[in-house]
Design a protein around this ligand. Structure first.
Ligand SMILES: Cc1ncc(COP(=O)(O)O)c(C=O)c1O
Length: 385
């Protein structure tokens, strides 16, 4: 690694930074919940932000052309996906786009097909607005969490179904959908004429040598019925800067989306635009080093958990381990982990209370400390010899 990089091993004190992640639990608990890493953002982002802050005037801001070009280059080099700047909608976050899409492209009483357990906003967005969530079970098949395709077809065939909400790479579970899997989902979307909202926020966090295929890049029909949502925020640890983007290649859908957001969803944050431009233009080397480090953390966690009754399927992407604790027969798995000093996310929030989600986007020594806490809590329950 370039010697000028800060090492991902450095422990950064975030306790006085109003960090959401670090405010939730008492000091004795290691926070490993929300998808936010305990690493510095790359220098290119910090320098670009410092330069922009130095300018001192923070008025309404247009999207820099340089950002649109950088996104185009990013998705074409990494995903072989050709888009045009006109397809882009710049946003202050991705979750608002999920909620907006549900409201714009479906009506109250409609059904929305969602493979789950899944990041909770994919089910909240329909549920909060009088839509029915048709869950498609993610099943562990040959070591990967994938949707049950028979259930998928049954849900799509519901006459009230209007939309599929997809999370690819999947959070939690870390599945990177293969092209073949996406094509079979596309066959259903086309057959039943459904809009696809594809949340691809984790697409730059692939830890194995497998390609990310944007759903909209599959073919012309997919491009025509898909709203793709992406952001640099997870990858470059810049969620607090408020920037995400949608790619909507179908002009009619893009116009409907734009109409729907008018007056409700503000423009992207100025500093978010600056950070995103720097990240896509100059962040590649840091990004590659991050992926190597995260893969090391994943491997450490999965090796150590393999010696316990806890189960974690191989994670192809993300830094969010999905851990099956059902073998412990606990009344409240979440409380057990927090009691052990490891502040995980409650699996129930994603759709399965027999799981917890553990964020390993942290220095390795912190992860080791968390693993040791889990092992010792298991020993106390006499689950380990
Ligand atoms: C799948 C997924 N979508 C969206 C988000 C959040 O997006 P934003 O912070 O841009 O609203 C997250 C954050 O964890 C996520 O995991």
């Amino acid at each position: 690694m370039d010697a000028s990089f800060p090492t991902f091993d450095t422990i950064i004190d975030r306790t006085n930074s109003h960090s959401d992640k670090w405010s939730k639990f008492p000091e004795t608990v290691i926070p490993m919940w929300v998808a936010d890493m305990d690493f510095d953002s790359p220098d290119c982002i910090k320098k670009a932000l410092a330069k922009r802050v130095e300018e001192g005037v923070f008025g309404y801001t247009k999207t820099p052309q340089a950002l649109e070009s950088a996104i185009q280059v990013h998705v074409s080099t990494r995903y072989n996906w050709l888009i045009s700047p006109a397809d882009l909608v710049h946003l202050p976050g991705l979750v608002c786009a999920l909620h907006l899409s549900v409201r714009v492209f479906s009506d109250e009483g409609d059904s929305i097909v969602v493979p789950g357990p899944v990041y909770y906003h994919l089910t909240k967005a329909p549920a909060l607005t009088g839509r029915h969530v048709l869950n498609v079970d993610m099943q562990l098949t040959e070591g990967r969490w994938v949707p049950d395709m028979a259930q998928f077809e049954a849900a799509c065939a519901d006459p009230k179904s209007k939309m599929i909400l997809l999370c690819n790479p999947h959070n939690p579970g870390g599945t990177v959908y293969t092209k073949a899997e996406l094509l079979s989902i596309h066959t259903l979307a086309e057959k039943y004429d459904l809009v696809v909202i594809s949340d691809e926020i984790h697409c730059d966090l692939i830890l194995d040598a497998v390609p990310h295929v944007p759903f909209a890049s599959l073919n012309a029909d997919a491009a025509n019925r898909t709203i793709t949502l992406m952001a640099p925020s997870k990858t470059f640890n810049a969620a607090g800067l408020g920037y995400a983007f949608a790619v909507i290649q179908n002009t009619a859908l893009r116009n409907q989306f734009d109409q729907g957001r008018m007056g409700l969803i503000p423009s992207a944050n100025m500093l978010g635009l600056v950070a995103a431009t720097a990240a896509y233009e100059e962040g590649q080397e840091w990004h590659q080093a991050l992926l190597t480090y995260l893969a090391g953390n994943r491997d450490l966690l999965s090796q150590r958990l393999a010696a316990t009754p806890l189960k974690m399927a191989h994670l192809e992407a993300t830094y969010l381990a999905w851990i099956d604790v059902s073998a412990l027969s606990l009344d409240n798995p979440y409380d057990f982990f927090v009691g052990a000093g490891v502040g995980v996310s409650n699996g129930a929030d994603f759709g399965d209370g027999n799981f917890v989600r553990l964020n390993f986007g942290c220095p390795r020594s912190v992860l080791l400390n968390a693993i040791e806490r889990i092992e010792s809590a298991l020993k106390n329950r006499e689950c380990l010899g």
